[in-house]
Write a protein that binds this ligand. Structure first.
Ligand code: GLY
Length: 400
């Protein structure tokens, strides 16, 4: 009986996760719907190019169009789940088994990360990949891998700090980044799949601590908080990937928007919905959000309007806004859907979407990974591709 209830809950969850909601029955942008169908085919063709160039035991990281050089990674890189995840999203749409078989091949390389306790990124790595694989073909093997991943992630929770540690840098620092909100989905899933509420409790504690400490009065978020893990007090608020400690790093705002939206989905606690709508208001009313809605890499980047855009932040925002649009009143919902449509239409144009056969097989160009570190600057990124494809599917599903 307990097993039957778990399966029922997991099925409900899968349905919600993969279906965007459009409760106010907005009319679709017909031009965008056509673009989406074409994008799916183009994206599949691109990933077949990427697939051919990928060393057998590696994961794609990025590609330089100027030198023609790829960067690859091992399975422990935080982005290792996005390549199989994108393949699986494309397979769901196109039923092309070449894509599915490649995803399954890569999952086999990735599965050892279920026991990795040295990173908070297990949600990205394992849920964007095995979570989706398990939605497509539920299996006890995938379930066990995901549960082990949730157990590994849970070891990083500190009850005094009330949150999950992001980075292990110095022994006297307990660093938590806004990005970490994205790893909670794995924990919510784990409670539903196992009946063990400890995962859910950790996720809610982490969301509450983040909501209390990570945000400024204008509802933008800091990137990195340094906690005292004995007292739970915040010792420092700073950035790593943003322009400045007090700036609003664009992808950080996108992670917060997406993370609180999914936390609302999983808990139905209105406080998380309010937080998500406040983040959306910060982003959408910001004077430095350009008319095409493709965010600069930091809302306070020097040199705006000539600063670099970040296609990854834009794609994450679009995907989150479509989901959030399903939970709010008609006026806000229309604003979120329209903004998402603008982002997706602009990312689909040649400025961002690469020409067939180019860009090493990546789908989008002009992502910014870590500008202060001078790494992955103005390049294709696997997570830009993943959230772009996810957002396109969510948009399309909202009008089915
Ligand atoms: N989680 C790392 C990033 O967004 O670059």
């Amino acid at each position: 009986m307990k097993i039957a209830i778990c399966i029922f809950l997991v099925c409900c969850f899968s349905f919600i996760k993969n279906s965007a909601q459009n409760p106010h029955q907005h009319k679709p942008d017909k031009n965008l719907l056509k673009i989406i169908d074409q994008n799916m085919m183009d994206a599949a063709a691109q990933y077949k190019v990427l697939m051919k160039n990928l060393p057998a035991d590696q994961f794609p990281k990025t590609y330089s169009p100027t030198t023609g050089q790829y960067e690859f990674s091992n399975s422990d890189w935080w982005c290792s789940g996005f390549y199989p995840g994108t393949l699986l999203y494309l397979y769901q749409q196109l039923k092309d088994t070449v894509l599915y078989n490649e995803a399954v091949r890569v999952l086999d390389l990735l599965k050892k990360e279920q026991f990795n306790t040295s990173t908070h990124d297990l949600g990205f790595m394992m849920y964007c990949s095995f979570g989706l694989a398990n939605d497509i073909h539920p299996s006890l093997v995938y379930k066990e891998i995901l549960l082990n991943s949730a157990r590994s992630l849970s070891t990083r929770f500190n009850p005094m700090a009330g949150c999950i540690k992001s980075w292990d840098v110095k022994p006297n620092e307990f660093l938590v980044i806004i990005d970490n909100m994205m790893n909670l989905e794995l924990l919510f899933w784990a409670t539903k799949a196992s009946g063990d509420s400890s995962f859910y409790k950790i996720a809610v504690a982490h969301a509450n601590t983040t909501m209390k400490n990570h945000f400024r009065a204008d509802n933008s978020s800091y990137h990195v908080l340094n906690y005292n893990d004995s007292t739970g007090l915040v010792q420092q608020k700073r950035t790593a990937q943003g322009f400045a400690d007090e700036s609003a790093w664009a992808r950080g705002q996108a992670w917060g928007l997406y993370g609180f939206t999914e936390t609302y989905r999983e808990t139905k606690d209105k406080r998380y919905l309010d937080q998500a709508t406040k983040i959306a208001a910060f982003i959408l009313s910001h004077p430095n959000l350009p008319a095409d809605k493709i965010a600069y890499w930091d809302f306070n980047a020097p040199g705006i309007p000539d600063a670099l855009r970040d296609a990854s932040a834009a794609a994450i925002m679009a995907s989150a806004l479509i989901e959030l649009g399903g939970y709010v009143n008609k006026k806000l919902s229309a604003q979120y859907f329209n903004t998402a449509a603008t982002i997706l239409t602009n990312l689909s144009a040649s400025k961002y979407k690469t020409a067939p056969g180019s860009n090493g097989g990546f789908i989008l160009q002009h992502g910014v990974g870590h500008l202060p570190n001078k790494t992955e600057v103005d390049v294709p990124l696997t997570y830009a591709d993943y959230y772009f494809v996810e957002a396109l599917i969510r948009y399309k599903n909202a009008f089915k």
